[in-house]
Design a protein around this ligand. Structure first.
Ligand code: HEM
Length: 371
């Protein structure tokens, strides 16, 4: 499709719209404010009220000028300088987790390493109790299903229930934070609510978005990186010999096995993109993973090359919605890979047992059994 029709009109799981698989076209659309972010569930959909209300307030689904209000506030907490303070804690957490598992015969690198690492980090940043990790995992798995293109009605019912549970959970944390102010993100958001700059639903939506976005895709980046190492022994050896390649290796995993495969927009007016007329109200589905393998922009696009440079992949999006947590995700993945490479001589996985989750929008393994 990409070679013949990088902007392709089609229908997929009942979603009619423009399917974008070309890198240049996707970059243009992501940076063009005439294409607005849209909720996965249209407001006209009956039912799932709480799910819709909470999603509507998320910075991810907002457009200018509203988008700026929350984005500016949270940006301050995710700058490289602020994140520097967490590097030691992240590296130490990775080491500790690894020391607990390295003698286990049968282990799943997702459940035993990637997930506890990413959820511990986001829990500390946000200020939610780490002991509730298993709840976060269940919520993340449920909510990811609700935003996927081929979601079922059952997954929406579960997603709505999950949002009700999360709202209840965060309301009590917000109350605690009002009584006992700390230096975490929830306290920052609560202070804005006290100053009438944010509503309670905006605080709740931001907490929910950060908790889910903050660990689900990072778990997938760490596990996809381990998968790439194990299934490309030559590249694994190269990385062990040249640890300075770690930075470009992580960018290459982001490009080659993009954790977020799809995002969507809606045209707010008629627009022409590369001679294609897009009409006001048309839906646009951007296949980031496909764009990241566009041979026009990436030589030998289907080859994993840890030394690839430049590597301007679209895995974190582009434009005003560019991922807030991209630096954090990379710091965590660097710590995870450093720990694994330092403490092992070789990584092998049982590829017969590998299964990808049935999602269109995310590249996520169910389990990662390392032998
Ligand atoms: C936005 C991917 C990690 C928070 C995005 C977008 C992508 C993305 C593609 C843009 C969506 C769009 O334009 O429609 C990823 C990947 C990650 C990751 C692949 C890990 C490998 C994180 C982390 C956090 C985070 C760790 C938070 C701690 C967000 C937020 C937005 C966002 C809040 C919305 C930004 C806005 O709308 O202004 N992410 N993300 N992400 N991401 Fe991430």
């Amino acid at each position: 499709i990409r070679a013949q029709s990088p902007i392709h009109w089609g229908e997929f799981f009942g979603n009619r719209g423009w399917y974008i698989t070309g890198y240049e076209e996707a970059s243009m659309i992501l940076k063009d404010l005439r294409f607005q972010n849209r909720m996965p569930l249209p407001e006209t959909t009956k039912w799932f009220e709480r799910l819709k209300e909470i999603q509507k307030q998320m910075v991810l689904y907002q457009n200018p000028p509203d988008h700026r209000k929350i984005r500016r506030l949270v940006n301050e907490r995710f700058t490289p300088k602020v994140l520097e303070r967490y590097v030691f804690m992240i590296e130490e957490t990775a080491e500790q987790l690894f020391s607990h598992i390295k003698n286990d015969k049968k282990l799943d690198f997702i459940a035993d390493f990637a997930f506890p690492l990413a959820s511990t980090v986001i829990a500390r940043l946000l200020g939610v109790p780490e002991r509730d990790k298993d709840l976060f995992r269940r919520w993340a798995l449920t909510l990811i299903d609700t935003i996927d293109l081929n979601r079922s009605r059952k997954s929406l019912v579960k997603g709505n229930e999950c949002i009700v549970e999360m709202v209840h959970y965060f309301k009590s944390l917000i109350l605690n934070s009002k009584r006992n102010r700390k230096n975490d993100l929830i306290s920052v958001l609560v202070e804005e609510q006290n100053n009438d700059k944010l509503t309670e639903d905006e605080v709740l939506s931001t907490c929910i978005l950060l908790l889910i976005a903050g660990h689900e895709t990072t778990v997938n980046l760490i596990s996809n990186a381990i998968y790439c190492l194990a299934t490309n022994q030559e590249q694994q050896i190269k990385l062990r010999e040249e640890p300075l390649l770690l930075k470009t290796a992580i960018e290459e995993v982001l490009r080659y096995e993009s954790p977020t495969q799809l995002t969507a927009r809606i045209a707010s007016t008629d627009v022409i993109i590369n001679q294609t007329q897009i009409k006001k109200g048309d839906h646009i589905y951007l296949f980031l993973g496909a764009c990241n393998r566009d041979p026009k922009n990436f030589p030998n696009a289907n080859t994993l090359d840890f030394a690839r440079e430049p590597n301007p992949h679209l895995s974190f999006g582009a434009g005003i919605h560019f991922c807030l947590g991209s630096e954090l995700a990379k710091i965590e993945t660097k710590a995870a890979l450093r720990t694994i490479l330092k403490n092992t001589n070789s990584i092998q996985i049982d590829s017969k047992q590998l299964e990808w989750r049935n999602l269109t929008g995310f590249r996520a393994l169910k389990e990662l059994p390392v032998v």
